[in-house]
Design a protein around this ligand. Structure first.
Ligand code: MOS
Length: 766
């Protein structure tokens, strides 16, 4: 294990404004996504789905489908191919839905897969699936948000569902709240929403005797591999998962889904490749969603706006067939503001519905929406500026654990973004500015997301022609992973960007963690650095060890990588290129693979013994400032300006970092104004089943988003000083928009999304 707390001495490309190295492939259509692949003898699969939520299949008529020309197989619970579906996830993979596929005649939710039809063409498979006829014995589904009983979940992100801290002498946080000179009690509702990456889930399973090659867009190469191996009773090395490009994921491709297993088993059973591409409508029933939350916020403050008590009480739905719990207060109120009394509680209720899963900023997205909306309401009650209220409650330590933050520059975020926005000119009262028929309002909110890291490995090869290949089994979800790996390797090896190529998306490469929790860049890049340094040590030996070596006599420590080779630190004229070294030695390549384990870093006391969740808290922060225009007659909201500043440590690539924040912001804008998966509380069916009725923001909905990065690199967190930023953009923005709508109109809408209908009926009251 290597120590990785040595900051990168002289980054040139890391941190720069580098264009995506895969950009040309993406815009010219040569980037290979799973559904682009087709293989000889390939068959297509399509699923038939239950049209009731709960009960059993009384009869399943597959005859018409079986007779359809082109159909090669119809799989139901009666002839399921041999699989060993795991009941629980283990540490080697994640499964969002524990229901074994095609297990029996029981129906557990509306849209459950009841048969898979495999045919020569996609059209035949789809037509065949449409010919499956099921009759059911129905039993009552639990689909009412209000009816089911509340339960205490086991753990929420490893923490107890009830968290509390109290000042000495305080009987309860509720008492402290009640006793506060100013206190508010407000409840927010966030609806179920779906991920909807542009690329739907797709899989192709291809066998070579007992070895499986599996093409699928996934957020965890080793997770998918381990899931398939365990479920098909194969050694892990017999499964290869390929995921060169992923067309967006947002969490729904992090867990393995049971249909992957059926397709793999069908391909083995039929001895031919089988391809399965999920239709957009099945993205609602089959690959997770964000649960509904109801969040009650009780905030109490003194006359100066200092918080005396905070209570964040959440209820969210879970599924009968999956373990996922959407957090809220645990990921927001626990990390934001100083307060002597804080209580966070979470209850769940199980619905008869398919399993939910992680969705971009799970926990933070709904939690920060409610907290930052409530802070705005508290500012109104106190007649205080919302920024001033937040400044009055600044903290250098984690509010619950009291651990110091590794680096926290939230106040700088308010200052930088607020000045750019012109916040000082904001009229203090709402409904102050009508521009033609449009109410104009300004709102702000804080953003926050935890910083995560995990074990990661990377391999570097320096080739005889002086180029290098950097590789690991992570992938690029559209985030820029190919690019930042290339930048880091080029910096370490003193190569220009174009002499380094990056490989990702293949489970035969060195292991990388799940791309969840915004952790990929922060986990992988230290491993890339270490692998490069190991390769450099070998190159230095080539340059110095033999008597006639070009830099013989120079101590390796006196050499550095530069100009596509090695040079003497004190005399840059003494330089040898890698190509020249290889030509002399006759070797074809030098290779090094390194693994970095963040938890091991604290064991090496020679360097900063700081990476440990028991001594330091790691968290990113930001601020959003928003201008909205709300039409006084139609209730239409247009977001006109968004200015944000983010404290995420060192941005690894200014261009892709900015894009990540913009993407997250667009996500949160959709949650604020339009995204809502309607769920029928009578039948337990999703009503919203297409992108015509599920509105994700498009370019025309977005204003220019002005992104700044503030704060120093966080070298306590990792060698690059970089915390992740895939999700923080989707925290706080939703509240900032709601707060701006309040400021524009005087109407406070506490249930998302804030649609024209809700605005109009509130305007009548306002
Ligand atoms: Mo992300 S929702 O942690 O995949």
């Amino acid at each position: 294990m290597k120590d990785v707390t040595i900051p990168n001495p002289a980054p040139k490309l890391v941190g720069a404004d580098v264009s995506r190295v895969d950009g040309h492939r993406k815009v010219t259509g040569t980037a290979d996504y799973t559904a682009d692949y087709n293989f000889p003898r390939q068959a297509w699969a399509c699923a038939a789905k239950s049209t009731i939520a709960k009960g059993r299949i009384a009869a399943l008529d597959t005859a018409a489908a079986e007779k359809l020309p082109g159909v090669v197989a119809v799989y139901t619970w009666k002839n399921r191919p041999k699989i060993f579906p795991p009941k629980k996830e283990d540490s080697g993979f994640m499964v969002a839905e524990h229901l074994a596929p095609l297990a029996d005649d029981a129906i557990h939710y509306h849209g459950q897969d009841i048969a898979f039809v495999v045919a020569e063409t996609y059209e035949q498979a789809r037509e065949g699936a449409g010919l499956i006829r099921a009759t059911y014995e129905e039993t009552p589904a639990v689909a009412q948000f209000s009816a089911p009983k509340r339960e205490t979940p086991g753990k929420i992100y490893g923490e107890k569902s009830h968290l509390e801290k109290k000042a000495d002498g305080v009987a309860s946080v509720a008492d402290a709240w009640q006793a506060s000179p100013t206190h508010i009690d407000v409840t927010y509702v966030t609806p179920m929403v779906h991920h909807h990456p542009m690329e739907p889930h797709a899989v192709i399973a291809k066998w070579h005797t007992n070895r499986l090659t599996f093409y699928a867009p996934v957020q965890w190469m080793y997770g998918a591999r381990n899931f398939l191996a365990a479920s098909l009773a194969l050694p892990e090395e017999n499964v290869r998962v390929i995921s060169h490009f992923v067309g967006g994921a947002f969490g729904c491709k992090g867990s393995s889904w049971m249909f992957m297993l059926i397709i793999a088993a069908a391909a083995r059973d039929l001895d031919r490749p089988v391809k399965f591409v999920i239709e957009r409508e099945s993205m609602f029933t089959s690959v997770g969603y964000r649960p509904r939350t109801t969040q009650r916020l009780q905030l109490g403050a003194d006359a100066e706006g200092r918080l005396q008590a905070m209570r964040h009480l959440t209820e969210s739905n879970v599924s009968e067939v999956g373990p996922f719990v959407e957090a809220a207060g645990h990921r927001a109120t626990s990390v934001m503001y100083a307060s002597p009394n804080i209580e966070i509680d979470h209850q769940v209720y199980a619905l008869t519905v398919n399993a939910p899963t992680f969705m971009r900023a799970p926990g933070e997205a709904p939690g920060m929406y409610a907290l930052e909306s409530a802070m705005d309401e508290l500012a109104v009650a106190l007649k205080m500026d919302p920024v001033q209220l937040r400044l009055a409650n600044r903290t250098a330590n984690h509010p619950m654990s009291a651990l110091p933050f590794s680096s926290r520059n939230l106040e700088e975020c308010y200052r930088v973004a607020g000045e750019k926005f012109g916040w000082a000119k904001r009229p203090p009262t709402p409904r102050a500015r009508l521009d033609g028929d449009w109410w104009v309002g300004w709102g702000m909110a804080s953003a926050s997301y935890a910083a995560h890291r995990s074990n990661a490995s990377a391999r570097i090869r320096v080739l005889a022609d002086g180029t290098a290949e950097v590789a690991c089994a992570s992938h690029d979800l559209g985030t820029g992973t190919y690019t930042i790996m290339t930048q880091a390797a080029a910096d370490e090896l003193g190569l220009p960007l174009e002499k380094v190529s990056a490989q990702l998306g293949d489970s035969t490469l060195p292991e990388a963690p799940v791309s969840g929790g915004s952790q990929s860049a922060a986990s992988i890049l230290p491993a890339v650095q270490m692998a490069c340094r190991s390769a450099l040590a070998k190159l230095k030996a080539l340059a110095t060890s033999e008597a006639d070596a070009p830099l013989h006599g120079v101590a390796p420590a006196d050499l550095e990588a530069a100009d596509a080779g090695l040079r003497v630190k004190s005399d840059h004229s003494r330089h040898v290129t890698y190509a020249a070294l290889f030509e002399r030695s006759g070797e074809g390549a030098i290779e090094a693979t390194e693994k970095v384990d963040p938890s091991a870093e604290t064991k090496d006391k020679r360097e900063q013994p700081s990476y440990s969740r028991t001594t330091t808290a790691y968290q990113s922060y930001g601020a959003f400032f928003v201008e909205v225009h709300v039409h006084r007659l139609t209730g239409e909201t247009r977001v006109r300006r968004i200015v944000t500043a983010m404290d995420i440590g060192q941005p690894l690539n200014l261009k892709t970092a900015r894009s990540q924040v913009i993407g997250g912001t667009a996500f949160g804008l959709g949650a604020a104004l339009s995204e809502h998966s309607l769920f029928d509380e009578d039948s337990g069916a999703w009503i919203t089943r297409d992108l015509g009725t599920y509105h994700v923001p498009v370019n025309a909905d977005l204003p220019e988003i002005d992104v700044s990065f503030v704060g120093p690199p966080d070298f306590k967190f990792n060698a690059l000083g970089a915390r992740g930023l895939g999700e923080i953009g989707n925290t706080g923005i939703t509240a900032a928009i709601g707060n701006a709508i309040y400021h524009a109109t005087g109407a406070r809408i506490r249930e998302l999304p804030i649609t024209p209908e809700k605005i109009l009926s509130s305007l009548d009251e306002a």
